[in-house]
Design a protein around this ligand. Structure first.
Ligand code: GLV
Ligand code: GLV
Length: 324
């Protein structure tokens, strides 16, 4: 019996070991660069006639891509936990399965989120710039003084897997943990010793507001001008979810006017941010280039997970980690 070898388009060259594993199981076409996204026209050409697409969060997988691929397309396996880059309604309508990479990145992303919180609280990147620029003259009683993390109140907006992992870290810092979520979970409250709050109350009370919701029509612009105005002048905002959950122009204004104290960002409305982005002119914000899940081990796990889903889905089997 001749087994059908599925055809899969991979939108970015993955780790060699994963590319090798993929090539043993499927006919693979891929964008050869690891550090640059596939140009749109190459993507549209590359997907023609494939059974599966293994995509990154940098690719918009929409009607145009589904049309370019053709009706034999069975699966889009996204190498990310978030999948707002995929038009899931269109996928559903066409019977194309969509998968993501949950769980494997939870702790890694929570580590980064907490690092961002601490960096923004204690001005780490600003302090390092200060030293590297040769401006360090002496120890001083007030030099680069920041906000305490230990014993502070943390407000988590979006208490999913990553939110809960951040709450567990906060226990080690004796933080009071508030959370806001679409649905309330008494079980989570008991397990993590956290309190549910309506969003406005959380914003008023928290010293640190950490955004960890998926991007959906309901969460787009969730933290806008009004919400930022409710935060304490000493408060720190951390966004490790998706840029558009926070109104970036309103955030820039709040940081410029110091109506909040600082921010730590791993995500932006548009990625990468422009070289003249107003955030770059501010000292009271820590800016990272969307590296939440970027540990060597986790990125390998994510690539393998997406590869398994792409192969299974392309073969017409039920793929692991299906979301649509
Ligand atoms: C990264 O942002 C992801 O969604 O995995
Ligand atoms: C600071 O280095 C201190 O010893 O207080």
């Amino acid at each position: 019996m001749v087994l059908h070898r599925p055809r899969i388009y991979v939108t970015r060259r993955l780790q060699d070991v994963v590319m090798d594993e993929l090539m043993q199981q499927a006919d693979i076409t891929f964008h050869p660069e690891a550090d640059r996204p596939v140009p749109r026209e190459d993507l549209l050409r590359g997907v023609q006639g494939v059974d599966g697409i293994l995509s990154m969060l940098t690719e918009r997988i929409d009607r145009e891509v589904f049309d370019a691929a053709g009706p034999q397309l069975k699966v889009v396996a996204n190498m990310a936990v978030g999948y707002d880059n995929i038009d899931v309604e269109e996928a559903r309508r066409r019977g194309v399965k969509v998968t993501n990479t949950p769980d494997v990145l939870t702790e890694t992303t929570a580590d980064l989120t907490f690092a961002l919180l601490m960096a923004a609280a204690r001005r780490l990147t600003e302090a390092e710039r200060f030293l590297r620029e040769g401006r360090w003259q002496t120890w001083s009683p007030t030099l680069l003084a920041g906000q305490d993390v230990y014993g502070a109140t943390l407000g988590i907006v979006g208490m999913g897997r990553i939110g809960q992992a951040v709450a567990r870290r906060a226990q080690g810092f004796a933080m009071r943990v508030l959370y806001h979520n679409r649905s309330r979970s008494v079980q989570t409250e008991q397990a993590l010793g956290c309190e549910y709050k309506p969003l406005d109350e959380l914003l008023r009370e928290a010293d640190f507001v950490v955004v960890l919701t998926p991007l959906t029509p309901e969460t787009r612009g969730l933290i806008g001008r009004r919400e930022l105005s409710l935060m304490k002048p000493s408060a720190v905002l951390v966004n490790a979810a998706r840029g558009p959950v926070v109104d970036e122009a309103a955030l820039v204004e709040a940081l410029q006017n110091r109506t909040i104290w600082s921010a730590g960002l791993d995500v932006y409305e548009r990625e990468p941010i422009a070289p003249d982005h107003p955030l770059l002119a501010l000292d009271n914000v820590v800016l990272l280039p969307h590296i939440g899940s970027a540990s060597i081990r986790t990125r390998l796990e994510m690539a393998r997970m997406a590869a398994r889903s792409a192969v299974a889905g392309a073969l017409g089997e039920e793929p692991p980690n299906r979301v649509v």
